[in-house]
Each structure stands twice: as C-alpha cells, then as structure tokens.
Design a binder for this molecule. Sequence first.
Ligand code: ZN
Length: 264
Amino acid sequence: MKLMDCHVHIPALNQRDLEVMALSNVKAVIAHTSEPEVYKDIPSQSIFDFAERMVSFHAWRAAKYYIDVYVCTCVSMVGVPVDYEVALARLPEFVKRPDIIGLGEVGFEPNSATCSDLAVQEKILRAQMDIARDADKTIDIHTPLTDKPKWVDRYLGIIAEHKVNPAKVVIDHANETCVKMITDAGCWAGITIQPFRKVRAPEAAQMVKAGNMDLILVDSDSGIPESDSLAVPKTALEMKRLGMTEADIEKVLWDNPRRAYGIA
Ligand SMILES: [Zn+2]
C-alpha cells in the first residue's frame, strides 16, 4: 500500500520520523510553508529561500528513505514578511515552476505573531487566490482552531468571488463540524490529526468512512506544535479496522492527494 502525508512542515521531520514513515508505507509528502526558519521580521526573500531548501536539501534528505517531497510555497498567515508585497509580486512567476505544486498554507490565523491584522491577512489571502487561479495551481487553506464552520463559510465566499475552481482548493484542518460543508462545495477537505486539534486517527477514519471519499484528504501537519508523523499510517490502520478495503484506503490516502494537487 502507498500512503501520502499531504501536509507537513518538513524541517520538523527528523531522520527518525522519515525512517518510521518509510517503514509505514509513506511514499510521499507535501511540504508546506509556514514560518520560514526565522520567526519575526521575516524578509520576503526568506520565503523563496525556504522553498528552494525544501526542493533541494529536504527532498534529498527524504529521498534516502524513498519518500518523494512535493513543495508548496506562499505567504503564510503565520509567517508574513515585513515586505509581503514584494513576495506577492514575485510569487506569480515563482509558482509557475514545475517543482512547485501549489500555494500553501494560506488563510486566516487570529493568533499570527507576524501579522495580527485580519484585514491585512485577508488582502494577502485574496491576492494568493488570484495567483493560484491564474497559475492553475492548487491552494491549501488553513482553518483556525475554533469556529471552523464560520471560517469555512467565509472561505467559500472568497473562493466564489475570486472564481477559483473548488477542485483546486484544499480547506485544511477540517473536523466533524465542517467536512461535509467543504466537500458539498466541491472543495477538498483535509482532515488534520494533531493532539491539540483533538482529532486522532480513529476519529479521522470515522470521518472518512461517513463522508465523501472522493474529496477527503488526511494529513499530520507535522510541524512545531506536537504532531504525529505516523498520523496517516495510523489512519490507514483505523480505516482497515472499520472494514474498509485496501483499495479504498489507498484511494483516500494516496490517490486523492495526487488528484488534489495534480501530481502525475
Ligand atoms: Zn501546517
């Protein structure tokens, strides 16, 4: 069986994580941008340096474990550069590169340490909706920890206003309060398994089984907060315990992320 973890922050995965992931059938990860290495007063250049480092160094590191790394870049809401307009001006050309598969993760985060102004965050989000649409790349949108249906509703409005194809949108960190809202709108619902999100593999497997399996993704969001690099393999096990076939497990945990991000 092949599995993909379609939302990781790859600098947080050490060699031991990569080894156990490889031993658990994880054959690929999608690496997203959040805080590019420095926390505050980030210059826009650091976003592009961070993407280059994922494409080169981190992909090389993971290849030792036969794990492919696909890279998304963006101006993340938690890593907003002081000169973010420079980054937004450069992104349309940068994301055309074939080794950049999408924009992520973008969205609103009220607790951002680099940009607490939600109006500025909205401006950055809307600009990146246009960039993703024009480049025909997938965009991954983060939902804040609480009031998820409220945020999802706001995102669906913005997606429609910017005429972004819902099939190219992942609304991530979905839980039981919003998975159906997201898939009913034709977007991909990314279920994130992380201790502080109070979603574990058994709950994720239940959500997959009860939901629209054509539009659900599962990820670990492995990063700075406490995470589980085995979140996706554990979900595969729980799906099996619910009586799901290996074909359905591989469809959700391997084929779906490839379809969502247009990976050949
Ligand atoms: Zn993330």
